[in-house]
Design a protein around this ligand. Sequence first.
Ligand SMILES: Cc1ncc(COP(=O)(O)O)c(C=O)c1O
Length: 392
Amino acid sequence: MESRVFELIREEEQRQKENIELIASENFVSENVLKAVGSCLTNKYAEGYPAERATGSKGRYYGGCGVVDKLEEYACDKWREVFGTDYHVNVQPHSGSSANLAAYMSVLSVGDTVLAMSLDNGGHLTHGSSVNFSGKLFKTAFYGVTEDGYIDYDDLKKKAEEYRPKLILAGASAYPRIIDFEKFYEVAKSVGAYFMVDMAHIAGLIAAGVHPSPFGLADIITTTTHKTLRGPRGGMIFCKKELAKKVDGAVFPCCQGGPLEHVIAGKAVAAEEACSPEFKEYIKQVVKNTAACCQRFKELGYEIVTGGTDNHLFLIDFTETHPNLTGKAVQDALDKEHITLNKNCVPGEKRKPSETSGVRIGLAAMTTKGWTEKDAIACADRINGIISAIKC
Ligand SMILES: Cc1ncc(COP(=O)(O)O)c(C=O)c1O
């Protein structure tokens, strides 16, 4: 009898084939990434780091790590190549949240202050939310966005001077515009704070050179590998060389145990792919598709946060144009039509996070499936038709 698990995997495979996937943080990995993640490397324990790592590593705690040592070094080298950097890199974080936890633990003590973007303005739970370790372990202050939805750099400076944080964090889960890392760097340096960037969403754009790079400016850079980088689910940390020992120690033994070498193999495959000219073309197409879809919604009379997008996502705000409509109602109506996106808070949000007044739309996944601008425009028209039929 076949395992129930494989029946369910086939069911999910079918869902992924048939649905229109507009969740901005999702993507479809290559067969080679899947193969690496499903490989025998899952059997190997490898607590520690490759022995030759020049960060005070004592090597691995288990025998038989010769191959995974080579693999992990290769993954690190490839990711440095992707971003054209000589930063130290740690490819062991199990997720973006684990990467952020380890990044904080590397340079902060419990009770230190972090200044980050607030969740309802586009930040992530791990950027200081009271329900997350970040808000429980550290004091947090937040900067926001201006009325037109752009990062409020004056507010950032004011809050930095008021709270004197030990670390200033740039990066977001729902911000459609270019982030000015130079401005963040200047503010961080002016108050003697560490400058950290969580580039989880835009890492692919940075790799392809279509978003300014934080390398050279940020002390620590975290990312997920599964969004625009199109790798397996996981995290990574880059840091300036002088922080390498602290970051490695924060990942293991402070925050994690044995690394997931099968996932690290998948990350290495994704890095090889991200080095290719095809990846750059893919990311350029993501940005074009997102702009085309966003523009169509504008033409159809929708209000877009900041009036547009520079990256792989945009936010529709229903507050003025459809006051009775919630992000949840739209998400549910689209789900029934096999279109997947997520409800999202909008700047100045009045509704609960479980309801919201907006939705977030991302085109990275459907661009992987081969979409061009005309598909993105047709999708906006179809969504508009479904929204128009919602009774509220
Ligand atoms: C900016 C940002 N950082 C961190 C994370 C956390 O990543 P993970 O879900 O892998 O823990 C996310 C997830 O969406 C994110 O958007």
